[in-house]
Design a protein. Structure first.
Length: 384
């Protein structure tokens, strides 16, 4: 799948910029805070209908402007072509209402919902923040895993939203209800919903970790010349042993939620469920989050992101676009060379931001590419 071209009008720090992309490698060079990341963000937003950097669409509209446009052409490997237009429009508040941003999505001149984009376009984005996956909090690791699952199974996004909404309501009830009889009665309703959705979330996470494990082991051994073996190990407060049996997961989750009820009453929070999930990233039987060197941790994350790319390729029968936002500067020369060699040897469209072009062109396999120089919201040259 390729993004052939894009036009940005009043998007972030861009006035009106049109870019034609290479089907293989596209490199954006420039100093910090010039707009390189904004281009990566615009490609992602065109394909997914929202940004990976902010939840507020109004942040995407240029300062003192009321509207922003994204117009692009996307071509699938089967030659099917889509003209995608996204309009972001600030709506003036009325009365005491807060201002809102209206979003209109069109594909081949037909109005579409964001879900239409999510089902068809699944770019993989790799940012410096992703390098924190190994050593950061369980929340960060869950976020990465959930994003992979959503790309593979868009319905999972709804399961996750519903679960978090019900969890929020259950926690409010635990905090506010003083009458224990009323609390027990009302919790029984929320518990059933938590169990139903929690079972699905746990099952999806187990299956996806299995898929990632199959890919990440081979990729990591390539990077370490077969000296190290990487494995992802699910860590759940629901399951003590591995199972993909849906009914068994449901039974154990129901039992544990019931057993934890007194503790939940006392702590006024839900203590059991997939919202407490984590997974260990193990290298040669060592937990990298605790004992791994910075180099080992970054190699593991690189393997994880490349594994995500390969899993999506198998599911969709084509590689999704790969968006690398200032990642190469965080990798040492050896890992940078491995990454560049890996992506240039595949039928894959890649977008990379960097300060220094030399950091990216020290690989002999790099032949076909386009270089864009970004300065203060202006993109110069389409060097090839």
């Amino acid at each position: 799948m390729n993004v052939n071209k894009i036009r940005l009008i009043h998007f972030r720090n861009f006035g009106d910029v049109s870019l034609d992309f290479h089907s293989s490698l596209n490199i954006f060079i420039g100093n910090n805070a010039q707009g390189k990341t904004n281009i990566i963000e615009s490609i992602y937003t065109l394909l997914r209908g929202s940004s990976y950097r902010t939840k507020d669409d109004d942040n995407l509209i240029s300062w003192q402007e009321k509207e922003s446009y994204l117009l692009g052409e996307v071509q699938k490997d089967n030659k099917e072509c889509f003209q995608i237009n996204i309009l972001l429009q600030n709506i003036e508040p009325q009365g005491h209402l807060s201002p809102k941003t209206k979003k209109i999505i069109k594909a081949n001149k037909k109005y579409q919902k964001k879900s239409w984009l999510l089902q068809r376009f699944k770019p993989v984005v790799f940012t410096p923040e992703d390098l924190q996956i190994v050593k950061s909090s369980p929340t960060v690791r869950r976020k990465f895993l959930d994003e992979v699952i959503i790309n593979l199974n868009p319905i999972y996004d709804q399961y996750l939203k519903d679960y978090n909404r019900i969890l929020f309501q259950r926690n409010i009830l635990l905090k506010n209800e003083k009458n224990s009889n009323n609390l027990i009665k009302q919790l029984s309703i929320w518990n059933e919903k938590i169990i139903e959705l929690g079972t699905l979330i746990i099952l999806y996470r187990i299956k996806t970790l299995q898929l990632l494990n199959q890919k990440v082991k081979d990729l990591h051994q390539m990077m370490t010349e077969n000296k190290e073996t990487l494995k992802l190990k699910y860590n759940s407060n629901v399951l003590t042993s591995f199972t993909e049996d849906k009914e068994e997961i449901r039974r154990i989750l129901a039992q544990k939620i019931h057993s934890a009820q007194e503790r939940d009453f006392r702590l006024k929070v839900t203590t059991i469920g997939p919202h407490r999930d984590d997974y260990f990233i193990i290298n040669n039987k060592i937990d990298l989050g605790i004992y791994g060197s910075q180099g080992q941790q970054r190699t593991a994350v690189l393997a994880l992101k490349m594994a995500e790319l390969e899993i999506l390729k198998e599911k969709e029968n084509e590689y999704p676009p790969l968006l690398l936002d200032d990642v190469t500067s965080e990798l040492d020369l050896e890992r940078r060379r491995f990454l560049m060699q890996l992506i240039t040897e595949k039928p894959l469209q890649t977008f990379i931001t960097s300060i220094n072009l030399d950091d990216l062109t020290q690989v002999k396999s790099i032949k076909d590419m386009k270089v864009f120089r970004v300065r203060n919201g202006i993109v110069e040259g389409n060097e090839q």
